[in-house]
Design a protein around this ligand. Structure first.
Ligand code: 3PY
Ligand code: MG
Length: 259
């Protein structure tokens, strides 16, 4: 995936399934390791993870250096960071809690250059990472080359899913199963395989496919990721870095205790 300037969009638009690591620790080295050790994409989570602007700039470069595609999840309603993260070299943006077509329009507007949207010009860092100097090449390719992933994770979003999927400039629907489970259970559960959550997951996947958009979902591990890839999801995130580190530590400590 390294020869194209926008490898993630190229793979997903060609119908490939992409697994991405999920990185919360605001450690560029952790993000680079996720890419270098096998994830085609790495999500830097600036909503619930610890990434701030300065660490995002370093983290995006580190993922790129590790041979992966950097993706940023922005904080709630932080539409300014959408275009900034694209300027820093993110290949895709995940925006949380996109509940209405109006939310989707606002998101697309800051991510896409005219005439599709209103993204302001300034991708110097992104162009440097791609090794280009011709601004018009980036301008011509960026709307297709970068991806907007609208998070569907509330009952309101579920009710509006077809209109959100149909919004021009929205490239993908990305499910947050934990928020969905929290809301659908009336705040009682975090069960992402509860029947009502599973039904919502399939409804959202079908809505994306019907609209010609990419279906994506957050998964806590590879086992669940493979199940959902078989059910039609194309952008499947795995992890987080913190959980992987904890699992690795637990296995080593257990081996020491059992010696
Ligand atoms: C959710 O499951 O709600 C998410 O946002 C995944 O990070
Ligand atoms: Mg969420």
């Amino acid at each position: 995936m390294t020869q194209s300037p926008f490898p993630l969009a190229r793979a997903l638009r060609a119908g490939e399934t992409v697994f991405a690591g999920w990185c919360t620790m605001a450690a560029p080295l952790a993000a680079e390791t996720l890419a270098r050790d096998g994830f085609a994409g790495v999500v830097l989570d600036a909503q619930h993870g610890l990434w701030d602007t300065a660490s995002l700039i370093a983290g995006i470069s580190a993922v790129h250096h590790g041979g992966g595609s950097p993706v940023v999840r922005v904080p709630l309603n932080d539409f300014a960071l959408v275009s900034r993260a694209l300027d820093f070299g993110a290949e895709a943006i995940i925006a949380p809690m996109i509940n209405t077509p109006e939310d989707a329009r606002r998101f697309a507007a800051v991510a896409k250059f005219p005439p599709q949207g209103e993204r302001s010009w300034g991708p110097q860092r992104a162009m440097t990472l791609q090794g280009r100097t011709a601004t018009t090449d980036y301008l011509r390719e960026a709307n297709d080359g970068t991806l907007t992933l609208a998070m569907i994770e509330t009952p309101t979003a579920l009710a509006n899913v077809d209109a959100i999927a149909a919004t021009p400039g929205i490239d993908a629907l990305f499910i947050g199963p934990y928020d969905l489970s929290t809301a659908l259970s009336g705040g009682k559960a975090q069960d992402v395989t509860a029947p009502e959550v599973e039904k919502a997951i399939d409804t959202i996947c079908a809505a994306a496919v019907k609209a010609g958009k990419i279906p994506g979902i957050y998964c806590s591990n590879a086992e669940r990721g493979l199940v959902l890839a078989k059910r039609g999801f194309k952008f499947v995130t795995i992890g987080s870095d913190q959980a992987m580190l904890r699992d690795g530590i637990a296995a080593q400590v257990k081996a020491l205790k059992n010696a």
